[in-house]
Write a protein that binds this ligand. Structure first.
Ligand code: BGC
Length: 252
């Protein structure tokens, strides 16, 4: 594979599937990433085909840790039992097994927000932070990662808390902001309610806000009125890929 890379990471999202070789020493890409649009009907077969295509394109060799960040709770050895924003035919599929079989390489799948959170704690905005860090991703959905003294509590799914009688991600995600054409201020008021709820339940030391919109943090952070410190993700949209590579490198 590419010089300077010790792992390969892939991030499967609602609109794009992105992959890059990962430099685990410095927590960055070792070569430019490739983005392939997510097939309109995002079935397991279609997505697995793209994962294989990316691995072939970068000539990822056997033995290289390969991690895949995926937008659903992932329990190793068990089929997916909940799928919010990709095709429902994923329910019942053992994704580690499917991707490993189809690509011919051993693949380690991790929830996408967990991957992003791990990357931010390892290399980014929460590097070296002790205590409880809650990383959130604001995108098509809302993803959450709980990391305590550097240790991940996986699959927290706090984007689906009930807020105003709705699934929080339908009310507060970045997709909800565009769909409802909310001003930054109105969206900030919704985010305040969301983060206040997390504060109330978990009393974290720090919130990290990721997802593509985090690069516009100066537009909406001023409207989020909570006590806990809140910082934008340092790795922005690269965090899923870097975290997936890191996660894979830590598996036996
Ligand atoms: C999914 C999570 C995912 C998040 C961000 C939610 O709808 O249930 O598993 O982490 O979206 O993609």
């Amino acid at each position: 594979m590419i010089a300077g890379a010790q792992a390969f990471g892939i991030d499967i999202g609602g609109s794009g599937i992105k992959g890059a070789p990962v430099d685990l020493v410095n927590g960055r890409f070792a070569a430019d990433r490739t983005r392939i649009p997510t097939p309109e009907v995002s079935t397991p077969e279609a997505v697995a085909g793209i994962v294989t295509q990316l691995l072939d394109q970068y000539e990822v060799e056997d033995g290289t840790p390969v991690g895949v960040a995926f937008p659903a709770p992932i329990k190793p050895g068990k089929p997916i039992d909940y799928m919010a924003n990709l095709d429902q035919s994923w329910v019942g599929v053992d994704i580690n097994q499917l991707l490993t079989q189809q690509s011919g390489r051993e693949i380690h799948v991790v929830n996408d927000a967990d991957a992003a959170g791990l990357a931010e704690v390892q290399y980014g905005a929460a590097k070296g932070r002790r205590g409880l860090v809650i990383a959130t991703t604001l995108g098509t959905g809302i993803g959450t990662a709980l990391i305590i003294d550097g240790i991940l509590v996986p699959n927290t799914e706090l984007g689906h808390l009930e807020l105003n009688g709705k699934d929080a991600e339908h009310y507060t995600s970045d997709a909800a902001r565009s769909r409802k054409e909310l001003s930054w201020e109105k969206w900030g008021a919704r985010l305040t309610k969301y983060y206040e709820r997390l504060e109330e339940y978990f009393s974290p030391e720090l919130f990290v806000v990721g997802g593509g919109v985090s690069k516009k943090s100066e537009k909406f952070f001023k409207y989020i009125d909570i006590e806990t410190p809140l910082v934008p993700a340092a790795l922005l949209n690269d965090a899923g890929i870097i975290g997936a590579g890191y996660f894979a490198s830590k598996q036996k």
